[in-house]
Ligand binder design. Structure first.
Ligand code: HPA
Ligand code: ZN
Length: 343
């Protein structure tokens, strides 16, 4: 099964680049930046990633490790590492989240350093690995809307075709970080601005319904006009929300290993194996790795197994996997012609 899945071309639509930073890479970057090495000891780092009770304790560790970044080369290396893993897993197209507010706005780093390192690695990854990577800029939802608007302002030169630093790689905006109590509607001004930011407009997605209940999904659809819901598994607690997602065929970027490791399923009422439940209700589900250096990379393979645990290496599981791979392109922001080519 893992070999079959790795050989199947697919798109990854929910991947935080900071969540791809392994303990070994965090240590190497900390070392070259002259930081306190004990705090980034790879063995301690790996141990700290073994158990999480929920999203926030994970975000604390994720924030700490992301704190090693200082230079353009750090962002380049983090991105190129991920693209190599993606190529090994059959990912040919990736729409990759990055969190400027995790790195900037503290006088340590400029937006330019972050985006230049990331886009240089994307360019090399396209040439050398054949992985087409794009970027989705995420707002931290537990910070202010004013700061989110400032991030968009900083990103502006990179989105203007006539600007000397223009990049076609910046594809959209998203929203991540602690969800409970940080409702999506507050970010309406930032999404309204983003939708008109680039000449072709930025695509809009948001994390909703991971720890927040189904009403967070409705609010993100209504107020932020998102085209895709990141996670979204708690829609299963409200049949009306499921019906809406099915009717509009709004894709969900589900991350089963992340949900499992952050204990989403036992703490809420959406039940086990959300992927199977959603597929059987007709939701356009995709399966993604979220933060592979903390959770697991082979999510499509794991989901295929879990969807038919009784015959995980057989025909049924491979059918689930094929559906998930097709959905991943369908739900992506590639052109309609490119979508047809992947059918
Ligand atoms: N949810 C919210 N924020 C995040 C996540 C997630 O799963 N991963 C990294 N930032
Ligand atoms: Zn996520």
């Amino acid at each position: 099964m893992p070999e079959f899945v790795a050989g199947l071309p697919k798109a990854e639509l929910h991947l935080h680049i900071e969540g791809s930073l392994t303990p070994a890479r965090a240590y190497a970057i900390a070392k070259r930046n002259g930081l306190d090495l004990d705090a980034f000891d790879p063995e301690k780092g790996a141990a700290a990633r073994r158990e999480f009770t929920s999203l926030v304790p994970f975000l604390i560790e994720y924030g700490k490790c992301s704190g090693v970044m200082r230079k353009e080369a750090d962002f380049y290396d983090m991105m190129y590492d991920y693209l190599e893993r993606a190529a090994e897993n059959g990912v040919v197209h990736a729409e990759i989240f990055f969190d400027p507010q995790t790195h900037c706005y503290t006088d340590i780093l400029e937006f330019k350093t972050v985006i230049t390192g990331l886009t240089k690695a994307l360019e090399e990854g396209r040439k050398t690995l054949g992985v087409d990577g794009k970027l989705i800029l995420c707002f931290l939802r537990d910070r202010s809307v004013e700061e989110a608007l400032q991030v968009l302002e900083d990103a502006r030169p990179y989105m203007e075709v006539k600007s000397p630093v223009y990049t076609p790689d910046l594809l959209g905006v998203g929203m991540d970080n602690a969800e409970l109590g940080f409702r999506p509607g507050r970010f309406k001004p930032a999404y309204d601005k983003a939708r008109h930011a680039r000449e072709a407009g930025l695509h809009c997605v948001a994390h909703a319904g991971e720890e927040g209940d189904a009403s967070y999904i409705t609010e993100a659809l209504d107020d932020l006009k998102i085209e895709r819901v990141d996670h979204g598994v708690r829609c299963l607690e409200d049949p009306a929300v499921v019906e809406r997602l099915v009717k509009a065929q709004t894709p969900l970027t589900v991350c089963p290993c992340s949900n499992h490791r952050l204990q989403v399923y036992p703490r809420f009422f959406c039940g086990e194996n959300a992927v199977r439940q959603l597929l059987s209700r007709g939701v356009k589900v995709t399966v993604n790795s979220d933060d592979p250096a903390y959770f697991f990379m082979g999510n499509v393979s794991a989901a295929g197994r879990a969807c038919d645990a009784s015959a995980y290496d057989g025909f049924l599981a491979s059918n689930y996997v094929r559906t998930l791979a097709l959905n991943s392109f369908d739900a992506s922001f590639i052109s309609e012609d490119d979508k047809k080519a992947h059918k």
